[in-house]
Ligand binder design. Structure first.
Ligand code: NI
Length: 136
């Protein structure tokens, strides 16, 4: 009997989307306002989901206090109020799209969470646009 438990978190961050191999015109065409050279911010909503068996002694899939601490330490402390392009090494050459941010977050959390648990990241860049990554 596998059960999924989830924790919501939030961070604010700035980014720009830009491909330096392209002209400014093509960047504007593809990335729109997100290619603004002076950056812009998003209120990112993060949902971290962990799926696994209920532990018979605790009744938990995972202790949510522990999950909260891992998210705060590994993700919120690192991403919140940062310029992702300028301040996070991962995005020095990687476009900080919601897709790429979700993959980076998944990679950071995967090593901190029991391997018997399946990890899924859902990242909202806007209330209507969100991406999901499960390591597949
Ligand atoms: Ni944007």
């Amino acid at each position: 009997m596998n059960v999924t438990v989830s924790r919501k978190a939030h961070f604010n961050a700035a980014h720009k989307l830009y491909n330096s191999d392209w002209t400014d015109a093509r960047n504007t065409l593809v990335f729109g306002k997100c290619s603004n050279p002076n950056y812009h911010g998003h209120n990112y909503e993060l949902i971290v989901s962990v799926k696994g068996l209920i532990h018979p002694e605790t009744g938990f899939v995972m202790d949510m206090k522990e999950l909260k601490l891992i998210i705060n330490t590994e993700i919120i402390d690192v991403f919140d109020h940062k310029n992702l392009n300028e301040e996070l090494l991962e995005f020095s050459t990687l476009n900080p799209t919601a897709e790429n941010i979700a993959v980076i977050i998944w990679n950071k959390l995967r090593s901190k969470i029991d391997n018997n648990l399946k990890l899924t990241i859902t990242l909202y860049e806007t209330p209507r646009n969100f991406v999901t990554y499960s390591g597949d």
